[in-house]
Design a protein. Sequence first.
Lengths: 190, 431
Amino acid sequence: METIIKGKAFVLGKNIDTDQIIPAEHLVYSLSDPEEVKMYGKYALSGVPIDQAGLPEGGVPFVEEGDFASPYTIIVAGPNFGCGSSREHAPFALKVAGAKAIIAESYARIFYRNCVDGGFVIPFETAQPLNKSIMTGDELSLDMENNTLTNLTQNITWELRPLGDVVNIVQAGGIFEYARKNDLMASSEA
Amino acid sequence: MAQTITQKIFSRAANRKFVDPGQSVWLNVDVLLTHDVCGPPTFDIFKQEFGPNAKVWDPSKVVVLPDHYIFTANEHAHRNIDLLRQFAAEQGLPNYYDVGTDRYRGVCHVALAEEGFNLPGTVLFGTDSHTCTSGAFGMFGSGIGNTDAAFILGTGKLWEKVPESMKFTFEGQMPEYLTAKDLILQILGDITTDGATYRSMEFDGEAVYSLPIDERMTLCNMAIEAGGMNGIIAADALTEAFVKARTSKPYEIFHSDPDAQYHSMYRYNVEQMEPVVAQPHSPDNRATVRSVAGTPITKSYIGSCTGGKLTDFRLAAKILKGKKVSVTTNIVPATVLVASQLETEMYDGQSLRHIFEEAGCSIALPSCAACLGGPSDTVGRSVDNDVVVSTTNRNFPGRMGSKFAGVYLASPLTAAASAVTGKLTDPRDFL
């Protein structure tokens, strides 16, 4: 697993729900066909009202019209990121678009599980609301060994909350990899 | 040690005497539920991880109820149904309810109850966030993603963190103008959309136990809107009668110990409560209907796992009988059974269906339909700047279709009263 994630920040508000992350009408595409998978990148975060996308200014699409990937790799948001439906298409879409990590004050349970167990994007929590300090486009560096986030553009470093219990699953790359390492799938392998 | 009902169900499923909130345990799963949106990717992951010829852990415990995108011309949606059909055939799944056959049921959470899969004391996981609906049967029900569901398909197990519990007690006699929807919208306004994240929401009190089973399901259904892991109501005689009429499978009734520890406790007297809505664009944006009465609407929508069950339509019919709606009003029964009950259930000498047709409502075939927008040809989908009053569960931006629409979540009584006047209307004006 990479221990440093570097990239541009895309900043959002609070309560970013799964209908905003990937609107329900797009859930018909295959998650395994390589051509159809691109559609999840194209529509990632397309349900966010445009004035709320790419804060503090807003009006910044996560993925440009006609593109299938985003120039932003770290999403920064307020509390309750990923609330709403159970659709795993949500963290999947963020991954397909090129996101590697999310820094939010808190997460909804199912979205958080999906990020970790599916090994899509790494969900970090912060104690303070960083979506007011970080601006969309700032260059960030996330140090997973020391649980810190540095804003290279503004030259500030913050502590992140340790991943806790799930760190082993994150490091393994998902629940299946974790379960294999720990012999939890032995009884059921065909 | 004292435990809550949810801890006791976790203890049983983890083969332990006691579990502590915050501890992660592996649960043996009694039923796994999936549908047409999340089933196909779940099956893909299952085959990829367990091998192309792998068999599910227990075919009798897998329930596949297509319900999301059923009545649409969208080819990708049709392909998803084909993929469910194919997997069910390969695996010999007895509990697959195929589209276009007399086995088709409709909205999974409601059909699960009708088909006798909800059993007190058991553990249900489903690839749908509203799987918490089944908590109305004194069982644990919770939503998960495709990867977790694929893991269960192969192993019959899943890790879960034992939740802390929050207790919501409703005292008093339910007034005729109040419904389970008003109770849960009241709670959401009080604790907000992340007020119960990773926690269990336990409902109790004489008003809760006076509710019919489908209203109890409405209460548990929206636990997820507060971020709750599950909603739960301990089983009583009514629950047992409902279950026994549908299945002979064994079950075990659990109750919270009187000295169990809670994260927090809330008490309400239903006689002092009034009809409420959640204003756009969040389920916790509560207002009394009176305070927003007169707001013009363009559509009324009565349907979904939250608000498309028999009691919802009985309540709506009470208001709509002998009246005409003044805006487009969609009646979307959750299941085929509920649709047939619209024909057989009478109110004041007329069938519910007759009442709705006379009032000028349009009655759709049973499915999730426009609750979550869906493909562009979905019945009732919001367009442009629609203002919708809806008995569904979410009013996030774009949830019912158009990103520019606004949705007011309301009880079936409020949705029906507002349909008649064309503006948000307190049902007490008609009762």
